[in-house]
Design a protein around this ligand. Structure first.
Ligand code: ADP
Ligand code: ASP
Ligand code: MG
Length: 468
């Protein structure tokens, strides 16, 4: 039996966490026979290594020659502490220390180059931000070897081939499958556990790309597909997918099972526990996906399967995305004119942005949609250009953005068969004085999304959670 397991930032965030992770790896390997491990960068809260790397790069680009050096010191401290605590001098301590030092001096030289040039390209950002994973897998693999477990650290730049879309690169499956076969299969049959970097990959020229923030989950799913794994497990710091973000709702409950579709809606609408692209390779290859807690491994966590029994209440979870803008295109001359929606969204696409929610009144006098608030100026510029003639003729009266707003989404496949869910949702909002600015319901009826003022986000999530 073949299993791919991914360990998130907190699961490798300190020497102690790595010890617990190593025990889980050992026990699971004994039970399954073939195991691939994917690891994130060290991420003990509140200091996430990836955030620090990005901070170094961005401050350097802004003309700051000091911060990235301080960041490098902080990164040295985090990694050296873990190495000192985990690896004995008679083992690989010296060698791994050296390797980590090399990464960090490369980080400093790259930031220095960014500072001198005053420019930070997406390509440079990917090289810099991916170093956290390259450091963590080396430490974890060396510790496993010290514990007598056969393990080898592997950079996913050797395995996952992507396009050139730096920062959110798309894997090219045929090439990736061939590389994974050639590189990982012999290790698996030889009883070696590959410890693979999450998050990073490489384009066809071998230049490092990344799969987007939180992308290590996706790495695990990509390897799951290419190796035809029996299951993929995501180890994190909570008991699986919860009925709400436990940081917002302390009494959120773990959900025993969810369908791919439900969890995709949750991930797309802001539940950080899983990267939204993780599900596709699993659903297409019928690979069950589990989410479990490294720090409470006996808890069953959540299993993601094709279909689940519908729960009677209908709503299974509520989630939120903050810091959005709601853009409206409005005008009486839009009534019945074909192509306005198509032109609106092609103008949005021209600005390089994507839309999170769309709502159109039946009178067709307005279309509104939500997008990240930092992108709204760009989108409005693009719309003004696309509709210059209509604006001049006053067929379109105005195009504007209302911000900041957030999208609150309730998810549950059982909502389809349960009348009155929307009624209960809006009643709960109404009695708690939360105003719905726009509403959208997926045609699958697996989710309903409501746009609210950003400062009402936590209240809305908490009150709606009481319906579950
Ligand atoms: P990792 O480093 O393990 O990938 P992340 O921080 O990316 O961890 O994701 C796990 C975190 O996601 C949890 O600690 C929790 O705060 C947050 N989270 C948000 N929404 C949910 C949810 N619905 N269920 C579980 N966790 C959630
Ligand atoms: N380390 C990367 C990030 O922080 C990827 C991940 O954790 O999944 O975004
Ligand atoms: Mg994550």
């Amino acid at each position: 039996m073949r299993l791919v397991m991914k360990f998130g930032g907190t699961s490798v965030g300190s020497a102690q966490a790595m010890r617990e992770t190593a025990v889980l790896i050992h026990n699971t390997f004994n039970a399954w026979g073939q195991l691939v491990v994917v690891a994130s960068a060290m991420g003990s809260k509140p200091t996430k290594v990836t955030d620090l790397l990005l901070k170094g790069a961005h401050t350097a680009a802004a003309g700051d020659d000091v911060t990235y050096r301080a960041v490098a010191d902080e990164l040295r401290r985090i990694h050296l502490e873990a190495i000192d605590s985990l690896l004995g001098p008679e083992h690989e301590r010296q060698q791994i220390l050296e390797e980590n030092r090399r990464f960090l001096s490369r980080f400093e030289s790259l930031c220095r180059a960014v500072y001198v040039l005053g420019e930070l390209t997406p390509r440079a950002l990917d090289t810099i931000s991916g170093m956290g994973e390259q450091m963590s897998v080396r430490i974890l693999a060396a510790y496993l070897r010290q514990e007598g477990i056969k393990a080898e650290a592997i950079d996913a730049t050797e395995l996952i081939v992507t396009d050139d879309n730096f920062q959110s690169a798309a894997p090219q499956f045929p090439e990736t499958t061939a590389r994974v076969e050639a590189r990982l299969r012999p290790l698996l049959t030889g009883g070696v556990i590959p410890i693979v970097t999450g998050f990073i990959a490489a384009n066809r020229d071998g230049v490092t790309t990344t799969l987007g923030r939180g992308g290590s989950d996706y790495t695990a799913a990509i390897l799951g597909q290419t190796l035809a794994a029996d299951e993929v497990w995501i180890w994190t710091d909570v008991d699986g997918v919860m009925s709400a973000d436990p940081r917002l709702v302390p009494n959120a409950k773990s959900i025993p099972s969810l369908s791919y579709r439900e969890v995709s809606e949750l991930a797309f609408y802001g539940a950080r526990v899983l990267h939204p692209k993780t599900m596709r390779p699993c659903v297409e290859n019928d690979i069950p996906l589990r989410i479990k807690n490294t720090f409470n491994p006996r808890h069953a966590g959540t299993v993601i399967v094709k279909d689940t029994k519908q729960n009677n209440g209908g709503i299974k979870a509520v989630t939120a995305i903050k810091n959005l803008g709601l853009i409206t295109v409005e005008g009486k001359g839009m009534l019945g004119v074909p192509g306005i929606a198509a032109r609106t969204f092609s103008a949005v696409a021209d600005s390089g942005q994507s839309v999170l929610l769309i709502s159109q009144a039946s009178s067709e006098q307005s279309i509104c949609f939500a997008a990240p608030d930092e992108a709204t100026d760009l989108i409005i510029d693009s719309l003004n250009k696309a509709f210059a003639r209509e604006l001049e003729r006053q067929d379109i009266d105005k195009i504007w953005s209302y911000e900041p707003v957030s999208i609150i989404t309730v998810v549950g496949a059982g909502m389809r068969g349960t009348p009155g869910i929307a009624g209960r949702l809006f009643t709960a909002m109404g009695i708690n004085a939360i105003n719905a600015i726009a509403i959208a319901q997926g045609s699958s009826e697996c989710s309903i999304s409501v746009v609210v003022d950003d400062d009402q986000t936590s209240d809305a999530v908490r009150h709606i959670h009481e319906l579950i």
